[in-house]
Design a protein around this ligand. Structure first.
Ligand code: URP
Ligand code: ZN
Ligand code: ZN
Length: 463
């Protein structure tokens, strides 16, 4: 006996079709109109969209950062993800300087063990190749473990930043292996000087986090890292959290030249702005201190257009939550001590469907591509994940397009005391979420077992 999802509109990146979906065990067995119901448990999906489970490729769960630790561990974070219609995350294992990557791999697997509510994969954030580059060989070992993407930070000097030589050596290796390098692109050393100058002149409030990180610093870093990837033999590059038109144009230029460059943006850069959310008296702006910072509103339309035109391929969240009450306040009187990051893992699907599809900026099919199919393809999980098709994992969201929902901190499932989208009203929400055939969310409630999520070994994907 299987589970038959009957009469829903099945959405893929290519088309929306009225069809039934038969699930047997953890997999989708058939997608076709008019599948006979005899012998199956039937789920009535009339009027519902049947979407592939969302894939969020940029999360920071249980991550030590800024003198504290992000508040969503794997249980809190992946449960909130599921409630919002996301069934897979790729989180960052963070190599500590002076320690091998294998240690970070073990540490992050242990963080997830017994807690992950949905399937998860890992990127390896590389901070140190070792005194004689001896840890460069670990890149091969990581790929063998299913970590086929590596993250580098061009920002956060003395914490996470690597220099151009390290980037170059890493890219020479990943180019050989077909692995991907994800890049936080900002010129960290220049920003650091601007930051010290701001502090020295008494500009210590949260607004100065944004004002000391100009768009040019982001665009310059995108340009530089693309050039390094070319010198390294055409390494594949994925630019994370593109926040402004200037850096988006660098991605566009690289792609126009046929380079293997892809990129993402996040709901905060599409929907929030410097004008609307920063510069108020007091310390409330600290809620919006993340990196890159909020940009001027004029950047939003070009970013939406870039999503539509496939200049950017993915919407992720960069979920990195801290409480306002006792974590953001570490930076009272000095914005550099405000932990950088914000919650968002729960709201990505609602916000992008409402402000993208309902608002006429992107099609429903493009929404599925941005939130599920392209992430699966770029990060080596397709067609196991990212599509409702025979043979794929039965990660499925029954989406009610007429459900009305208002985002509030009080109503959220993330472990934080605020929402950057407080009061945002959306039309459309996840009604039921299935992960590998099991219903884990019903009517907004998590009904699965904590710890059921599995580690996903990914393939090298190429482009
Ligand atoms: O502010 C942010 N984005 N915090 C998480 C770390 C990063 O840069 O992605
Ligand atoms: Zn970043
Ligand atoms: Zn991040």
């Amino acid at each position: 006996m299987g589970t038959l999802i009957k009469d829903g509109k099945v959405v893929s990146a290519q088309a929306t079709t009225l069809a039934d979906v038969l699930i047997e065990g953890e997999k989708i067995a058939r997608v076709a109109p008019g599948i006979g119901a005899a012998g199956h448990a039937v789920v009535d999906a009339a009027g519902m969209l049947v979407l592939p489970g969302g894939i969020d490729v940029h999360t920071h769960l249980d991550m030590p950062f800024g003198g504290t630790v992000s508040t969503d561990d794997y249980e809190w974070g992946t449960r909130a993800a599921a409630i919002g219609g996301t069934t897979t995350v790729i989180d960052f294992a963070l190599q500590s300087m002076g320690h091998p990557m294998t240690e970070a791999f073990r540490t992050w697997r242990a963080k997830a063990e017994g807690k992950a509510c949905i399937d998860y994969a890992l990127h390896m954030a590389v901070t140190d190749l070792g005194p004689d580059d001896e840890w460069l060989d670990e890149v091969d070992a990581m790929v063998a473990e299913g970590i086929t993407s590596f993250k580098i930070f061009m920002a956060y000097p003395n914490v996470l930043m690597v220099n151009d030589a390290t980037i170059f050596k890493l890219m020479q290796r990943t180019a050989k292996l077909g692995a991907l390098v994800c890049v936080h692109a900002e010129n960290g050393t220049v920003i650091d000087v601007v930051v010290q100058q701001a502090l020295a002149t008494g500009n210590t409030g949260p607004l100065y986090h944004a004002l000391t990180r100009p768009v040019e610093a982001e665009a310059e870093a995108v340009h530089r890292v693309v050039a390094i990837s070319e010198i390294a033999g055409g390494a594949s590059v994925y630019i994370v959290h593109v926040s402004c038109e200037e850096s988006m144009r660098e991605v566009a230029a690289a792609r126009a030249r046929g380079l293997h460059v892809t990129g993402e943006t996040c709901p905060q850069y599409l929907l929030l702005s410097l004008e609307d959310h920063m510069g108020k008296p007091g310390f409330e702006d600290a809620k919006f201190v993340f990196t890159p910072p909020l940009r001027e509103k004029k950047n939003q339309a070009p970013l939406w257009q870039a999503l539509k035109d496939n200049v950017l391929q993915v919407v992720s969240t960069d979920h990195c939550p801290f409480r306002f009450a006792d974590q953001k306040t570490l930076g009272l009187g000095n914005f550099t001590r405000i932990p950088n990051g914000a919650p968002g893992i729960e709201n990505r699907m609602q916000l992008i469907l409402h402000h993208g599809v309902n608002a006429g900026r992107i099609s429903l099919e493009r929404f599925v591509e941005l939130t599920a199919e392209a992430p699966a393809r770029i990060f080596g999980m397709y067609p196991r994940k990212g599509v409702v098709a025979a043979g794929s994992d039965a990660d499925i969201v029954l989406w009610d397009p007429s459900a009305k929902y208002t985002i509030t901190a009080a109503g959220q499932s993330m472990n934080t005391d605020y929402s950057i989208f407080e009061g945002f009203a959306v039309k459309g929400n996840a009604r039921q979420v299935l992960s590998r055939g099991e219903c884990i969310v019903d009517g907004g409630k998590f009904v699965g077992r904590v710890g059921r999520g599995r580690y996903l070994r990914r393939e090298v994907a190429g482009q």
